[in-house]
Design a protein around this ligand. Sequence first.
Ligand code: SAH
Ligand code: DHB
Ligand code: MG
Length: 222
Amino acid sequence: MNTDETRELLREIDTYVEDLFTPSDEILEAALRDSRRAGLPEINVSPNEGRLLQLLTEIAGARRILEIGTLGGYSAIHFARTLPDDGALISLEIDEHHAGVARNNVERAGLSDKVEIRVGDAHELLASLIEDDEGPFDVIFIDADKESYPEYLDASLRLVRAGSLILGDNTIRGGTVLDPKEATARATREFNERIARDPRLFSIALPLIRERIDGLTIGLVL
Ligand code: SAH
Ligand code: DHB
Ligand code: MG
């Protein structure tokens, strides 16, 4: 099969799964529409991956979730929907404009009480979370600048307990992790290797398809 045919098949399979398992949802669609109108890049998780994130956090029985990289709040809405009334999602975002769009999307979803978006560089915000002893989080979703994934993993390991999940998005990157030529792919590969080998974690990288192959790395804290 040539590349175009493969791409088309990946898209059809993803659409098949989406039609079957991922009901269309006006609030999520409005969040994507407003994000697009506000000029945000379309790099949110896919509807199917959002559903997978929701399933994982439900299984984890999460009450406190940390997200690194908010964008327009599309993944945040999925996470926050799984939370009990007294649950909380803290989401870190460096870009004030992204954070503003996300706050509006979260508000429309009726989830403002559970979602706190902190604006700043995640390196610094994570240091404060550790310093102020704001852990442990039941789920941490790493989805910001790819070069920093190994550092975000170190910080995450200081903000979890046994039974927590550490999730890393975009960890296959179209297969570029197999033979990394750029810093982002190198850092992603290092992140996967460290999660795989860390004796404190039980883990897997799960390839996911949309128009290209990417993936979600999942580590359970032992
Ligand atoms: N989780 C979102 C997508 C996040 S895209 C979703 O699936 O809906 C990555 C986001 O990380 C972008 O909004 C970008 O501005 C933010 N980001 C990049 N570098 C960052 C940093 N150093 N600290 C905090 N956020 C950062
Ligand atoms: C990119 C970032 C993401 O978080 C994502 O899900 C897809 C792509 C990017 O920077 O290209
Ligand atoms: Mg991502």
